[in-house]
Design a protein around this ligand. Structure first.
Ligand code: CO
Length: 662
């Protein structure tokens, strides 16, 4: 997929040419100052209804959403540019100077200016010198401009600030996270370009100097016993790609990408007996927040909302063939806008490939010797975003039996804290000498705009409960499934419960399946924490979505993100907790299912210098959607490249034939 490809479908991301003309149209018509930056430029997507009209032959305008911010005065505007008519459809100033405030995401260009601002502040220089830093060290010091959180202080209210923390480095390739400068935080106003508050904690902890690097030069002796493992697809992959549209094993969907969410799946449907049946209209991860549980100067405010405060899409990696994904890979290059609104191509931002996934189904019937086994194949559509110290992979999996899965992969480098010699770190785990890792949580929220067989959908909650002894349970072995219909939005915020096997099902009550019930998909959640910060704390107010695992809302095009539109320096209360307060009807409606999931991370030595991948995610499984196992028609061929290791490896010993014998 070439980023400059001509747009062929209303859901195609803005092309490079469209980005350029949308920004130019806005710039010219509103006479924008040269100090205006563009934190977000994306397609303003058509709705289900728009697309239904389009399928009937109607034409839809191509709309670009542009967030424009003047870094000279902080004024911020949301604009919609109609590329079809060549006009600015709307351009409205955001009241970010009023409660509950909020700011556009932190831009890359600001990362660079913060470093200069901090390093020229005499209070910061004095503070780091107290911790053993010399004048010669200062050019090499790493400055991390962290999204600031919000605590009601005057320099936060309506202000565009970051809190900058610093790390000593011996040289440019040295891992700064091994050398945190503890007790020094510079609060930088990005509009005034100055340090508005400098925290210099009374307790002086020397900078840990032990080097903990991860570049390959640090590990010259690699383990010798690892033989090559190749994924061979001699006839190519089983998917087809047409622009942004993909088809694979009965599945059909469109790939999308936004600056905030990164990868989006649109119009995900599956062919069943020759008919394409809608399942999910739009699927994405709209937020990811990491609240830290250390009350000291460098950490209490840390609560990066990586989607809303930085942009998972804006920070997407260019993926590396043979490293990030194996096999026959299809990359999507993504057209994007830089901070100046100039179009550029994010090369290899999305990876798509197939993976073997063990056994899909199997049976051996000893009475007649029938033996059948089929291997499972999954289609993987993924991207990786690096947000400061952490790296997050987002992997959507489609399976041949109709299952959909999202897996988030958490890796990268933990936040660190300096610990005085002879002390131990009370707010997390020690990872090395003089080095602690603050305890924290990671919360993702997936937004699933459902579309089970089109039309109205209903969400139900199910628990398995024991049935009391009685005439209908004379042996005590009976248990029931207790079902609760989520009728209105305030019925919906719910917690998972492993004890009762709680699950939720989205079904279409207007249609009957093969056994006379509503066809549906169930969401299977993994054991997952909720946010443990006190409900009144500002991080819990700003990340309220993470207090519950499940939320259901009636679709509203303006309700796109679990944490609201602008969580950066926001006083809280936006997003899902606000959306559901409307208590709209969600029974047999156009529903959005939101799922919060995550991981509580108490740091340990194995997390350093780079933590092995931790997983979080969920699965959507067909539940009365199909009339039978739709993967019975998989071919029974055995893999021709498999080898019996006990035998000499000659070609005739290589496995072949059929995965069945009678
Ligand atoms: Co972590």
């Amino acid at each position: 997929m070439d980023a400059v490809v001509t747009v062929t479908h209303p859901l195609d991301p803005l092309s490079l040419a469209e980005i350029a003309s949308a920004v130019a149209l806005l710039r010219d018509s509103r006479k924008l100052a040269p100090t205006v930056r563009f934190p977000i430029v994306r397609l303003e997507e058509p709705t289900k209804a728009d697309l239904a009209a389009h399928r009937l032959g109607g034409t839809l305008p191509r709309l670009a959403f542009i967030l424009a911010m003047d870094i000279g005065n902080g004024e911020t505007f949301e604009g919609i540019v109609d590329l079809t008519s060549g006009e600015v459809a709307s351009y409205e100033r955001l009241p970010l100077d009023q409660l509950p405030y909020g700011q556009p995401p932190v831009m890359l260009c600001e990362f660079e200016t913060v470093e200069g601002t901090v390093k020229s502040d005499p209070r910061w220089i004095a503070a780091v010198k107290k911790r053993g830093v010399t004048d010669e060290d200062i050019p090499l010091i790493q400055i991390d401009p962290f999204s600031s959180g919000y605590f009601g202080r005057d320099f936060e209210k309506g202000k565009r600030i970051v809190r900058a923390v610093s790390y000593w480095r011996e040289d440019i390739r040295d891992n700064g996270y091994a050398h945190p400068i503890e007790g020094v935080v510079a609060v930088v106003d990005l509009i005034a370009n100055r340090v508005v508050d400098l925290v210099d904690d009374e307790k002086i902890i020397p900078v840990p100097r032990k080097k903990r690097n991860y570049g390959r030069e640090t590990f010259p002796e690699t383990r010798p016993d690892l033989k090559p493992l190749h994924i061979v697809q001699p006839q190519g992959p089983s998917f087809t790609v047409d622009g942004w549209k993909v088809e694979w094993q009965n599945w059909s969907f469109r790939v999308g990408f936004t600056p905030r969410e990164g990868l989006v799946l649109h119009e995900l449907g599956i062919k069943d007996q020759g008919r394409l049946r809608p399942v999910v209209f739009r699927a994405s991860v709209t937020e990811m927040v990491v609240p830290y549980a250390d009350p000291t100067a460098n950490h209490y405010w840390k609560s990066a909302f990586d989607a809303g405060e930085y942009g998972l899409g804006r920070l997407a990696n260019s993926l590396e063939l043979g490293c990030d994904c194996l096999g026959h890979i299809h990359y999507f290059d993504v057209p994007a806008a830089d901070d100046l609104g100039q179009p550029f191509t994010m090369k290899n931002a999305i990876c798509m490939h197939e993976e073997d996934y063990g056994i899909l189904w199997k049976h051996y019937e000893f009475r007649n010797g029938i033996f059948e086994v089929r291997r499972s194949r999954r289609l993987v559509i993924s991207f990786f975003a690096t947000v400061g110290n952490y790296d997050y992979g987002f992997y959507w999996y489609l399976y041949q039996d109709g299952t959909i899965q999202l897996e988030a992969k958490l890796t990268g480098i933990i936040q660190t804290a300096a610990v005085a010699t002879g002390e131990t770190y009370p707010w997390g785990g020690m990872v090395d000498d003089n080095l602690g890792g603050p305890t924290h949580q990671h919360f993702f929220n997936a937004r699933l705009h459902m579309d089970i067989d089109g039309g109205g959908n209903t969400v139900t909650e199910h628990d398995f409960v024991p049935r009391p002894w009685g005439d209908d349970n004379p042996y005590g072995n009976v248990f029931d499934t207790r079902t609760r219909v989520l009728k209105r939005e305030l019925d919906s915020p719910a917690l998972a419960n492993g004890e009762t096997g709680r699950y939720w099902k989205v079904s279409n009550p207007n249609i009957q399946n093969s056994v006379g019930k509503a066809p549906g998909y169930k969401i299977v959640v993994m054991p997952s924490p909720v946010m443990l910060a006190q409900p009144e704390s500002t991080v819990a107010q700003r990340g309220g979505f993470a207090k519950k695992h499940i939320w259901v809302t009636a679709f509203d095009a303006s309700e796109k993100y679990a944490s609201g539109d602008y969580p950066n320096v926001h006083a809280g209360g936006d997003g899902l907790p606000r959306y559901v307060m409307q208590n709209r009807e969600i029974d047999n409606a156009d529903v959005v299912l939101w799922h919060s999931f995550g991981h509580t991370h108490v740091c340990k030595p194995e997390d350093f210098p780079i933590m092995p991948v931790e997983y979080a995610g969920f699965t959507l499984k067909p539940n009365g959607f199909f009339a039978s196992n739709i993967a019975m028609d998989l071919p029974p061929e055995a893999n021709g490249h498999s080898i019996d290791n006990r035998l000499p490896q000659s070609p005739e010993k290589i496995g072949s034939g059929s995965c069945c014998h009678t």
